[in-house]
Design a protein around this ligand. Structure first.
Ligand code: SF4
Length: 311
């Protein structure tokens, strides 16, 4: 069988080992060297081009069904639970908590729940919206496990590595938010970031008020492609007498985007995190769809009041 292997960046170091194993079993093996951001980003073009019979995607659970022979191989990592006792002091004022984690640690969720319940907490575990596959699991773009229980809990506790995943959940909830990073040996309360990101979003919207030419980003990645939504956005912009064009790429390269000097604002329809995490990489404001709608509304109001937004 001809097989294409695909690994996210953190697992690319394992590529040779897996390739050799599959070759020994009699397969012809290729390895995708493209950057990989999630199961939303399957190497389907590469698979077609090399006529592979199967794509094996490591590190993520299925994102949504695709019409191709794809096997998902999630990677589970046992994180040390040694920080949990120390977290009790941070959580002493919160009786009801939610626990959130990523696919890498989802097998440890029950242990973490048991620990807090034995210490007298009531633990509520939320359901993801659908891209994530397990209760309590969050993705950068599926924070349902946090948002669905925000009204029921006193605080959220994320257990896992890095800030990418908890940040999305933080921005879509209102309760105190704690991050336990077992590998960094760190417990942190991160609520203050909500205000930081609110200010950043407002700054983008103000900058975009004087924009006339909008570039709408559409990714060709299987789980990020949203051409119909982009067309609706284009129409909305044009209805205000402004210009909009749809910009297509698989992975957006910010140098290339910045070379498109005619556009004075960009609107993201690809991975929702681009317009949150990457806004400092574009010379023009990089808006999410809801931010664009607010900008268009404000522009309409300024026009009606005969106020020039070019301040
Ligand atoms: S957050 Fe972005 S990169 Fe991650 S799974 Fe969602 S769409 Fe893909």
């Amino acid at each position: 069988m001809r097989i294409l292997l695909q690994f996210p960046e953190g697992l690319k170091q394992k590529a040779l080992e897996h390739a050799k194993e599959l070759e020994k079993a009699g397969n012809e093996v290729f390895i995708s060297a493209s950057p990989t951001f999630g199961a939303c980003d399957l190497a389907l073009d590469e698979m077609r081009n090399i006529k592979a019979d199967k794509l094996i995607h490591f590190g993520h659970a299925e994102f949504h069904r695709v019409d191709a022979n794809v096997e998902y191989v999630p990677y589970f990592i046992d994180a040390p639970l040694t920080l949990l006792p120390g977290s009790l002091d941070h959580l002493k004022d919160f009786k009801v908590i939610s626990i959130l984690t990523t696919i890498q640690h989802i097998h440890q969720l029950d242990k973490v729940i048991r620990f807090y319940e034995e210490k007298g907490k009531r633990v509520v575990i939320g359901k993801p919206y659908g891209f994530a596959k397990h209760r309590g699991q969050i993705l950068g773009c599926d924070i349902g496990s946090a948002a669905s229980v925000d009204n029921e809990v006193d605080a959220h506790v994320y257990f896992g590595g890095g800030m990418f995943h908890p940040l999305g959940a933080l921005l879509n909830t209102k309760k105190p938010f704690f991050v336990i990073e077992p590998f960094a040996d760190k417990i942190e309360r991160i609520d203050s970031f909500r205000e930081t990101y609110r200010k950043r979003s407002n700054g983008k919207k103000v900058r975009a008020l004087s924009s006339k030419n909008f570039g709408i980003l559409v990714s060709t990645k299987n789980g990020q492609h949203n051409i119909n939504f982009a067309k609706i956005i284009k129409q909305k912009v044009e209805q205000q007498g402004l210009n909009a064009e749809i910009l297509v790429a698989n992975t957006f390269d910010f140098t290339s985007l910045n070379n498109m000097m005619e556009f004075d604002a960009f609107v993201n329809t690809a991975c929702p995190r681009i317009s949150i995490d990457d806004i400092e990489r574009t010379r023009a404001p990089l808006l999410g769809a809801s931010e664009l709608m607010e900008v268009l509304k404000m522009k309409g109001e300024l026009k009606a009041a005969n106020v020039n937004p070019d301040f």
